[in-house]
Design a protein around this ligand. Structure first.
Ligand code: GTP
Ligand code: MG
Length: 168
């Protein structure tokens, strides 16, 4: 019988980058253009079969709107994995993602695995890939690109982040 390990995972990033859409794509395999902006945070459990063991994820999807910023430490505290999401069509969202990396490194669990995500790759990219890769290398982050709309890359990102979390 396989072991079950429980991990808290959090999604952070500017409002409208597609955090909730990624979670819906991953959990329900659905997408909506008319999704509502998250208030505070939402929480969902999802179990992944990683072959050697099961990973029971507690996924915390936070609100990106600035007025909820003071609440977020509550959600990333104790997280073993974090997705920091930006929108490949928005430089502002990439700059905001860098702030999240800094905040998580200084205030979050020191051993948390951080995966930067470039979402909305179904649209025309504005943020230069080379610039992102340089940053990712400098900060030693995991990196994935995806589209919650088409679904491409979403499952891979969740699996890869989860597999990177050490089990005791
Ligand atoms: P907050 O809850 O406010 O922090 O936003 P969020 O990051 O959860 O974004 P949300 O998932 O609500 O998506 C914002 C908008 O972007 C919605 O209109 C989505 O339909 C759209 N969207 C999300 N992902 C994608 C994507 O991969 N491609 C495209 N084209 N649109 C997307
Ligand atoms: Mg949301």
């Amino acid at each position: 019988k396989k072991n079950v390990f429980q991990f808290k995972v959090v999604l952070l990033g500017e409002s409208a980058v597609g955090k909730s859409s990624m979670v819906f794509r991953f959990v329900n395999n659905t997408f909506s253009e008319k999704i509502e902006s998250t208030i505070g945070a939402t929480y969902i459990n999802y179990e992944l079969d990683l072959g050697d063991y099961f990973a029971k994820l507690q996924i915390w999807d936070t609100a990106g709107q600035e007025r909820y910023h003071s609440l977020t430490p509550m959600y990333y505290r104790g997280a073993k994995g974090a997705f920091i999401v930006y929108d490949v069509t928005s430089y502002d969202s990439f700059e905001r993602a860098k702030d999240w990396v800094n905040e998580l490194r200084s205030e979050g669990s020191p051993d948390a695995k951080i995966m930067l995500i470039g979402n909305k790759i179904d649209l025309e990219r504005i943020v230069k890939k080379e610039e992102v890769m340089e940053y990712v290398k400098k900060e030693q982050l995991l990196y994935h690109e995806c589209s919650a709309k088409s679904g491409v890359g979403v499952r891979d990102a969740f699996f890869e982040l989860t597999k990177s979390i050490p089990i005791e």
